[in-house]
Design a protein around this ligand. Structure first.
Ligand code: DLZ
Length: 156
C-alpha cells in the first residue's frame, strides 16, 4: 500500500512540540530539491511547525551520514530525514555510494534513539529520479515525512 493512501493516520498529535531535522544533499539538486519540497510541505500539512524544522545542506549523498550525526548532536530532534539522489553513471560509484549511505543511515538508527529516515533515491537515470520526486510515482520526500510522523506517533 502506498503511504499516501493511508494519510489520515499521520496527523501529528502534538506537532508544535515535535522537531525534525532534514539533511539535503546538493548533488543532483534538481531532484533533491523536489524531494525536499515534498518532505517539508508534508511535515507542515500534518502538523509540524516551521520553526521546528531544521535544514542543513551537504555536498553529496555520502556526506548525509555526517550531516545527520552533527545535526542530531547539536539539536534536540525527534526524527531526521536524509535526502539524496544517486543516479547511475558509467562507473561503479552508484553501488559504492548507495551502499555506504544505506549502511550509514542504518548505523545512525542503531546508535541514536531517534529515527533516521532514508530518503535517498537510487535511480538508473534522471527520468526515473524525476518520476519519484513529484512525477508519476509520487514524491518519496513526502512519503519519508509520513514515515517519520508514523514512527513518532506510534513508537516511543
Ligand atoms: C562523486 C559522486 C558521484 C559520482 N555521484 C553522486 C551521485 O549520483 N549522487 C550523490 O549524491 N553524490 C554523488 N557523488 C558525490 C559523493 O556523494 C560525495 O559527495 C563525494 O564523493 C565526496 O565525499
Amino acid at each position: 500500500m502506498k503511504l499516501s493512501n493511508i494519510q489520515n493516520q499521520f496527523k501529528l498529535s502534538n506537532g508544535k512540540q515535535i522537531s525534525f531535522g532534514i539533511v539535503k544533499s546538493l548533488w543532483n539538486e534538481e531532484i533533491t530539491q523536489r524531494l525536499y519540497d515534498g518532505c517539508y510541505e508534508t511535515l507542515l500539512k500534518y502538523g509540524a511547525v516551521k520553526k521546528n524544522i531544521i535544514t542543513v545542506n551537504v555536498p553529496g549523498s555520502f556526506e548525509l551520514i555526517y550531516g545527520a550525526k552533527k545535526i542530531t548532536e547539536k539539536s534536540k530532534l525527534n526524527a531526521v530525514i536524509v535526502i539524496g539522489s544517486i543516479i547511475k553513471g558509467e562507473t561503479p560509484h552508484f553501488d559504492f555510494i548507495a551502499n555506504a549511505v544505506a549502511n550509514g543511515v542504518k548505523d545512525l538508527n542503531i546508535i541514536y534513539d531517534i529515527p533516521f529516515i532514508f530518503c535517498v533515491s537510487t535511480d538508473l537515470n534522471k527520468q526515473q529520479a524525476l518520476e519519484r520526486s513529484g512525477g508519476n510515482f509520487g514524491n518519496k520526500g513526502s512519503d519519508s515525512a509520513l514515515t517519520a510522523i508514523s514512527l513518532i506517533n506510534n513508537i516511543n
